[in-house]
Design a protein around this ligand. Structure first.
Ligand SMILES: [Zn+2]
Length: 111
């Protein structure tokens, strides 16, 4: 019973934390001390921020691409961002995903 209460409050604290971060939408960059799997250069996980692979931590191009995903999140909101990203990802994969295409185009234009 006590174990269940611990889980219940942990879940509650996590949800409150996510909703608070989602409310403020402060962009943060985390430079990881290791490389992400599957040759991922970085990953933007709203409402937390962008996680940069060790190898690409100084890449402006990667950062611009990831910042564009953050902009998409700000425009769409938390749940629509994940819904859209995941459903399209399952249908088309990463490369042909419209959100990835949009981020790639925005990165090219800013050069
Ligand atoms: Zn991307």
């Amino acid at each position: 019973m006590r174990k269940f209460q611990f889980l219940k409050y942990s879940l509650l604290i996590t949800v409150v934390l996510i909703l608070t971060l989602n409310y403020f939408k402060t962009y943060r960059i985390y430079n990881l001390p290791f490389n992400l799997p599957n040759l991922l250069r970085a990953s933007t996980i709203p409402p937390l921020g962008t996680f940069m692979s060790k190898q690409y931590k100084n890449s402006k191009q990667v950062l611009l691409h990831e910042k564009y995903h953050w902009y998409q999140y700000e425009k769409m909101g938390l749940m629509p961002f994940y819904y859209e990203y995941l459903t399209e990802y399952l249908k088309k994969g990463r490369f042909d995903h419209w959100m990835e295409k949009e981020a790639r185009e925005a990165t090219l234009k800013s050069k």
